[in-house]
Design a protein around this ligand. Structure first.
Ligand code: GRF
Length: 202
């Protein structure tokens, strides 16, 4: 049976679309059953265009982060997800959300964690003068960009890169890495031990 995936987004949703396509091709034993955003964004229309249920829970419509996180948790729970994927979701969720999906939320970050955590991972790597950056998929815990690392891929920084060109190459890599991470999770091949993940060979 296909695993049920809920994707959280805030932007263009290209990773969500790549994941939905990988599911459709059969590369991931799952289906994107719903997409949630914290704001109106391109990814929401993209999800609708793909025939996926799409919802916006505007952060500012709620009295507190706690209230918003609870509302998001309750709506996501209705889809009974096996996996929750944060792909370009630019809001911090409260522990009430994380606790509802223990070790079943993964986040995609556009840098090689623990370097360049935070909302500007691409820009920070460039400004630091790094020669190599990349992307990380990790299990979500209570801290931002912190939980056990599942997969990483390196992307070299070219000398004439700007934030946009570098982010574009990182995203190309992410479009393959995220589906692979989802496949490993849905096949039950990921064990979390402390701050590490152990991946069972196929
Ligand atoms: C990705 O690069 C992801 O790593 C970062 O935000 C970007 C989302 O892009 N957190 P998209 O919305 O999937 O196109």
């Amino acid at each position: 049976m296909a695993g049920r995936i809920v994707v959280l987004i805030s932007g263009s949703g290209s990773n969500m679309a790549a994941l939905a396509e990988a599911c459709r091709r059969g590369d991931v034993p799952g289906e994107v059953v719903a997409v949630f955003a914290d704001r109106a964004c391109e990814g929401i229309s993209r999800a609708e265009g793909l025939g996926i249920d799409a919802h916006v829970l505007v952060f500012k419509d709620y009295a507190s982060r706690e209230d918003w996180s609870e509302a998001l948790r309750d709506q996501v729970l209705k889809y009974e997800p096996d996996l929750v994927v944060s792909a370009g979701f630019m809001r911090i969720v409260s522990p009430v959300f994380v606790d509802a999906f223990p070790n079943r939320i993964i986040n995609l970050h556009p840098a090689l964690l623990p370097s360049f955590a935070g909302p500007h991972g691409v820009r920070d790597a460039l400004e630091h003068g790094a020669k190599v950056t990349g992307t990380t998929v990790h299990i979500v815990d209570y801290e931002v960009d912190h939980g056990p690392i599942l997969l990483q891929a390196a992307v070299p920084i070219e000398k004439d890169d700007d934030e946009a060109s570098l982010h574009e190459r990182i995203k190309e890599r992410e479009h393959r890495l995220l589906p692979l991470a989802c496949r490993l999770m849905l096949e039950g091949r990921v064990r979390v031990e402390g701050h590490k993940t152990l991946i069972e060979e196929a």
